[in-house]
Write a protein that binds this ligand. Structure first.
Ligand code: PGA
Length: 249
């Protein structure tokens, strides 16, 4: 059985006052039946890890460097995130692929670094609107998965998030059939490469304009094991609506 995961990505939002939202969330879910993750900006990571209660919300990073240490001004290693209290790290988000030119090869190297540091990598894949309109979605997802996912993953070190770029922050969401098609394809792709046992342990998240009002229907889709949420994870109340939908799914 895959444990469901509600993951929040605060992106470049949040200062010390935002920790109150995290404390609120943690007190609402002292012992949740699902994994609840918040990935705040790195400046808040250590304080965030201290602000949450044990066995409640967990925290993660939004990116890491592929190397363990060295002369890389401004970068953070997976080990540093772990040291600050992270249990997960988001890798290859489309905003990093776009803003920082991250390739599949780099994302894969980062995922290996994350695993070596004892973090669970959430590897993101997703097509642009042009690619969807050109009926290239499954080719793009397949290629990104082949390139970005390292060998021998298991559920304890990898989560894959399907995030259509055109759905992120836009309020547009694919149809349930479209989500289903991609998630079934992703599960089959993992099975082909790693075998049924490993593939069935890896959680698949949907991300892109997930809100309390559309969460239940999205979570009813087969092979959707949770969500990666941007905007609606910033406020405990909004994120709580998504958590409840996932708990009830
Ligand atoms: P959104 O972001 O929920 O604000 O659309 C999703 C994401 O980028 O993970």
């Amino acid at each position: 059985m895959r444990r469901k995961l509600a993951a929040g990505n605060w992106k470049m939002n949040g200062t010390a006052t935002s920790l109150a939202e995290l404390e609120k969330l943690s007190s609402l879910y002292p012992n949740p039946d699902i994994d609840i993750l918040i990935c705040p900006p790195a400046t808040l990571l250590h304080r965030a890890a201290q602000a949450v209660q044990a066995n409640s919300v967990i925290v993660g990073g939004q990116d890491c460097h592929a190397l363990v240490a060295g002369a890389h001004t401004g970068d953070l290693s997976a080990e540093m995130l772990k040291d600050a209290g992270a249990e997960y790290v988001i890798l290859g988000h489309s905003e990093r692929r776009q803003d920082h030119g991250e390739s599949d090869e780099l994302v894969r190297a980062k995922a290996i670094a994350a695993k070596d540091a004892g973090l669970i990598a959430i590897v993101c894949v997703g097509e642009s609107l042009e690619q969807r309109e050109a009926a290239e979605t499954l080719d793009v997802i397949g290629e990104q998965m082949s390139g970005s996912i390292p060998d021998q993953p298991i559920g304890e070190n990898l989560v894959v998030a399907y995030e259509p770029i055109w759905a992120i922050g836009t309020g547009k969401v694919p149809t349930l059939d479209q989500i289903c098609e991609v998630h079934d394809f992703m599960r089959a792709k993992l099975e082909d490469r790693f075998g049924a046992a490993s593939a069935s342990s890896i959680r698949l998240l949907y991300g892109g304009s997930v809100k309390p009002k559309n969460a239940s229907e999205i979570f009813s889709v087969s092979n959707v094991d949770g969500a990666l949420v941007g905007g609606a994870s910033l406020k405990a109340e909004d994120f709580s609506g998504i958590i409840q939908a996932l708990e009830n799914a």
